[in-house]
Design a protein around this ligand. Sequence first.
Ligand code: GLA
Length: 433
Amino acid sequence: MKGSDMKKVLAFSLMLIAILCAAACKSEESESITAPATDVSGTQSDEEALTSFDSQEASSSAEDIKASDAEDTPSETPTPTPTPFPELTLYLRDLFAEHGMKCGTAITSTNITFEKSAELIDKQFNSITLGNGMKPDAIINKTESIKAGDIVVKFPMDTVNMLDWAKEHGMALRGHTLIWHEQTPSWIFYEDFDTSKSLVSREVMLSRMESFIRQVFEEIEARGYSDMLYAYDVANECVLETGELRDTKWRQVIGDDYLKYAFTYARKYAPEHVDLYYNDYNEQQKTVAFKNLIETLKDDNGNYLLDGIGLQAHLYTNDSLMLYLVSLDKLAETGLKLQLTELDICLGSYNNYAKASEYNFKLQAKMYMDLIGGIFERVDAGTLNMDAVTIWGVTDGLSWRAGGSPLLFDNNYQPKPSFYGVMQMKDEAGITW
Ligand code: GLA
């Protein structure tokens, strides 16, 4: 082959290689464009779809919009960022204030870490309960207790941060809770705080109980939270549907009168303006049990040792609202204050959540509307002494009963029909019957 021919062949080969390379790259590119990015096979359960919808799908669709904008729009044209949080200008706390009441929520630090969530809580609510932050296992310090030979109360940083946030945002505070069978370290009931030793005597436990309650109120005072505190769940979930006292360590060690002591100590150390509550669940089934228990909590002059009854109000859309309101009326006859302290209404029934469908959300909205409407009517008529309703959480996904979608806001902080139900806005809630 001549030198010039040789050059031609070489040039031709190089060209061929270049063409083949380009074709190969193109086909890789088109494969990656057409390959499905997500599994759209529909294998998610309703519950998974529900819990993942708000948090993941919404954010990925926002990302999708940004990505396609970036491809199609010349770079010099600014792309409007979609705002997933349109301003809500209706406020729960304003509506409750019209009836002389507060509207509260329960928080963990997650709720106030995210700006949008913190902003929503700040705007909608004016009372805070710490979901876990003031429970015995959060505030009793084991090392210090062993050192001191007495229960030692020390609010951890997380608790202080949440309380500081609540104070800065002008929130009122519900204390929750002192005497409970759960989230209470078992070692506080034993000799030397050692569970391998024997349970302490009634006298020692009474002294530990008094010391515990005193220190909680001292800590609240020392850290500047006394003024915001307006109610305290001194005791939680102590009675069974049968009317019997629950068999707890407090009861085993001190005896059946342990609640009388708890309320007496709380009255001794709590600021005078703070209402003391007995708090429990299944109130519609436990109405008589509640009433009987409360009758035992009186001083020698026959005066109640407590100011109010806390009704947790963990309800279901299948519950009978009529029965619930009858039970409210019965308990109101005690003359004590009542509060709904942990309100949430799951779709469906106990152990059998219903689907998160449009229809079920409307049923839920109707139940919220009738419950809160019924309370407003009674409060306005003076037959019910209720100064606050607390909803147990903010968005469905972070609820302790997320599977039942029980709250007022979805995971994008958007109001659900249930929000409009509480606001007594029938049309906006889509309740057309
Ligand atoms: C009970 C307690 C609350 C909370 C809920 C579950 O109702 O009183 O503090 O622990 O259970 O979240």
